[in-house]
Design a protein around this ligand. Sequence first.
Ligand SMILES: [Zn+2]
Length: 339
Amino acid sequence: MPLVSMRQLLDEAAKGGYGVGAFNVNNMEQIQAIMEAARETQSPVIIQASRGARAYSQDRFLYHLMLAATELYPEIPTVLHLDHGNSVETCKSAIDMGFTSVMMDGSLLADGKTPSSFEYNVQVTKEVVELAHAKGVTVEGEIGCLGGIEDGHGAGGDGLSHLTDPAQAEEFVKLTGLDALAIAIGTSHGAYKFTKKPTGETLKMETLIEIHKRLPNVHLVMHGSSSVPKELQDVINQYGGKLKPTWGVPVEEIQLGIRNGVRKVNVDTDNRLAITGAIRKVLMETPEKFDPRDYMKPARDAMKKVVAERMVQFGQAGHAKYYTPVPLTEMADLYAVPV
Ligand SMILES: [Zn+2]
């Protein structure tokens, strides 16, 4: 099937009461790992690319790899999503290239690091909603700012400095008409999220639950939701790496989120750790090897294993078969009907 809109996928997830992992990619092996995991678990899937990934893959490589994915895995409903678009222009270029979903992160200014005003966020997000919905493309926005910095994007800090205000979130959705809302409840990007295992208190799950109560029909998005498992850190450190001790978001907390309106869960760091650990292991154990396939294959397998595990934990496993793709033109018609 062709790439599908994220709105369709998240609407189905809401009906089924499950979450969908959104996994970041930069290259062929990462796309293959995700598609293999999706086939194995029969999962619908969101593949996302940041601005950094688009630059790394020169955009066109990424797009054609994604077309290959839809040809080789026709039974898997697949979304191509822009992660953290920093401006209307960036979102527009993604839509023009064939992304079926975009994130306009107006919580930060176009420099990708300075927290913006509410008015600015509403204005740019609304603009993207208008041009995206006209083409049937889904829009994710963000209110409140995530902590940490990744690929040069982020407000920095510990994730607790710019938490989402539930009343403001409600107002934001009303003014913009977006499809999915990323909220800041204490998570941050990158591997160093928490210095000890976080609890429901650290993570402000109460805020999430209140936002869901106010906005029961809006698909919530949890960013920075890698679990950063100790086993993956250990492999890296065992084979010459030097990661400092760190904790991610426990899967139980994500599952609590999923029971309260979270439909999209962003995971990148766990896959990065799995890939790096597998490569280090091969190179340390068999230093005579020099064929990239000798370490890229184990790296791809290691990422596939993590992705498949998350697909089961988030509940999307087994749901691929329930989709009849709605063409983007039809999605555009649906958006055009006044509510
Ligand atoms: Zn993010």
